[in-house]
Ligand binder design. Sequence first.
Ligand code: FRU
Length: 539
Amino acid sequence: ENVNQVHRTGYHFQPPRHWINDPNAPMYYKGLYHLFYQYNPKGAVWGNIVWAHSVSKDLINWESLEPAIYPSKWFDNYGCWSGSATVLPNGEPVIFYTGIVDKNNSQIQNYAIPANLSDPYLREWVKPDDNPIVNPDANVNGSAFRDPTTAWWADGHWRILIGSRRKHRGVAYLYRSKDFKKWVKAKHPLHSVQGTGMWECPDFYPVSLSGENGLDPSVMGQNVKHVLKVSLDMTRYEYYTMGTYDKKEDKYFPDEGLVDGWAGLRLDYGNFYASKTFFDPSTNRRILWGWANESDDPHKDKDKGWAGIQLIPRKVWLDPSGKQLLQWPVAELEKLRGHNVQLSNQMLDQGNHVEVKVITAAQADVDVTFSFSSLDKAEPFDPNWDKLDALDVCAQKGSKDPGGLGPFGLLTLASENLEEFTPVFFRVFKAADKHKVLLCSDARSSSLGKELYKPSFAGFVDVDLTDKKLSLRSLIDHSVVESFGAGGRIAISSRVYPTIAVFEKAHLYVFNNGSEAITVENLNAWSMNTPVMNVPVKS
Ligand code: FRU
């Protein structure tokens, strides 16, 4: 096997080889979590797309099955693209997916059902002959019409969304059905936004206004808000808004003050795309899956024999403020925690970096709370930065440029002499009326390797600083650093390819390059064990 394993992840989801992209139709059925995903069974580049299929009891250890959906009919002969599952009230799952019907990538929507409902593995899927369920009409752009959502039910009708665009306007078309078979396009889309381009992989779901529990897709009412997330083909970022779903008009209205477009809230400010949530009735959580592509030259993907990972599934819920979502890696991940190292009340003066001696710094979970005694030294916020993406602010300021309050944080996947490191850090700024907190995951110093994409991913996080604390959790796994700032108020994922800082040559440090002293109040780091990852199910 000529698969180069240096950058292979240890506990992130991936098959043994070949290309993967979007997570599809995640669901819980008869005691098992199912994950399907876009997969090229023939190589490490995009193409020949089928739905690969894996199952898990805990979202962390995965067993693989044969592909569930693959080209076999006139209505999907050129590819089986992304889609979603709906678990009907009688417990039966149905998959909707996009079928490609010709060389021009013409798109229609199909359904598939399990051949044997008593098989908890749902190994075999049937595509009935009354497919497709939706054909594009004359007003729809037939090569930009895909990625059906999970269905929800309201007032006698099922509904689904299909992502699309009309010229430059991103559109979520709405289709309705009484019987789950015959689907009719609604007069108006659920929502659309000028200038945002193709909306891939829309996701639309209710969130509770109180507490962290997830909701079934059809829950509506007083205590509920809705979330609409889309993946923007143009920028390769996703954005979401919260708002009101008016089921009479069948329209979605984002809340006042939220930005509807590429400058809006993101689920992740880094490498995270085509994400999808599902409701897990066994634990009452809503769980989010997202895909992280490689950030190196596609030739290297071919050399290593694989490309793409799924990030760690995250629980999502509404922040009590109602102004954003919160996210946290599913608790099951903590079962993989091994050797533990702690730091407490560790002072970091300007210029300090202190090693955290985890056993496997290349495969670790770190959770740290920093504190400081004053906000006075926060650097001024340049009003021109309001026009920039946070990533550009991060690029200007970096992790080394001395600041006031920050930069401080972690140096992950660092070589001993810091020729390579991926810093994940905060910088606090003082704007006219408030403080602005930047979290940055800066890949620019991550590798001495050539032809890599090394973006300075960053986002501003809306966090209350009255207790003068900032927390950070980073999931480090060889070629990915997945970070959660301020208790899940922001997430940033980076793919990085160190050449020196690999395996036991990878180190982990806490650092501060700001003039305000920082205290590591409490830090826990764990070496992470390797789960069962896509070993075939024994039949
Ligand atoms: C998103 C996407 C979807 C499409 C699928 C094809 O990454 O482009 O819109 O269904 O991937 O693999």
